[in-house]
Design a protein around this ligand. Sequence first.
Ligand SMILES: Nc1nc2c(ncn2[C@@H]2O[C@H](COP(=O)(O)OP(=O)(O)OP(=O)(O)O)[C@@H](O)[C@H]2O)c(=O)[nH]1
Ligand SMILES: [Mg+2]
Ligand SMILES: [Zn+2]
Length: 315
Amino acid sequence: MPEGLEEGVVFKSTGSWYEVSTSSGSVPCKVPGRFRLTHKGETNPLAVGDHVMIRILEDSTGIINKVKPRKNKLVRRAAGRRVGVEHVIVANVDFAWVVQSTLLPKLNPGFVDRFLVMSEVYGIPAGLIINKYDLVDDRIREPVEYWCRLYADIGYPVLRTSAVAGEGIEVLRSNLQDRMTVMAGPSGVGKSSLLNAIDPSLQLRTGEVSERTRKGVHVTTNAEIYQLAEGGFVIDTPGIREYGIVDVEPEELGHYFVEFIPWLDECHYPNCTHDHEPDCAVIDAVDRGKITQERWASYLNILESIRQGERDTGR
Ligand SMILES: Nc1nc2c(ncn2[C@@H]2O[C@H](COP(=O)(O)OP(=O)(O)OP(=O)(O)O)[C@@H](O)[C@H]2O)c(=O)[nH]1
Ligand SMILES: [Mg+2]
Ligand SMILES: [Zn+2]
């Protein structure tokens, strides 16, 4: 290691400062301007989870000198930005949970599908947590269970949890051992509450869900890595309003719907987009009940949003 440089991991970012955890403790760091210039397609030059080299200054703060190549990253389209600009939620994770709630806010499968596509793009193993199971009554039990089964059937781990009743917490806790896990999802679904249930010493701030909009009020404002008392690291992230897709071509999208993969080679056209083409093995599988109508509809919806994005940028 060059002299004066220390190695560390970004565990918190406030926009202008980055907290870096090193072998000698936590160091608040700044990023030189050149980082912004070299990461043009991203809103944030550095993300929580990045492995970095830092130079420690006399006042005990640091300057980020270098970012190591990422193993993977979880990205989404940057809110309110032009198409193609991505926001890196976290880098270098071993597992990603997309968290939803049964009610308040209600389950949003479109969000789940977009999240799963983006985790497939970068090869991050992912699963679905459906929290607030204590709110399930006879009216919603059937639809909620339907979605749980659908995602489990295509191969994603599904956990039914309640942060208030303690349901599913033990299973989640053992799942978090020995790895870096990110929890992401809309605001108000209970991401921070679940982590408090796993490890009460974290004392993360939690908020309410607005009576009027039935949505969360964006209590968590920065992504941050926490070390769990019983082992493992977990990243709590701010609620995401809309999970926008970036960096996926229309012809590739089918590869990120895992249950489509066995059929893709059988389509007549090699660049089939599985929406209108004749002799499409995916549409045929939908007709025969091998692929659900819901996931196919969701696929078409995402496909249209990618095409819309291409039209917007004039590609
Ligand atoms: N009934 C019920 N309420 C829950 C459960 N988990 C969380 N809540 C409530 O849901 C609200 C939002 O919880 P948070 O943990 O702040 O949600 P979050 O996903 O971290 O939200 P952001 O930080 O805004 O993204 C709080 O009022 C929690 O008490 C649950 O399992 N059951
Ligand atoms: Mg939170
Ligand atoms: Zn096809």
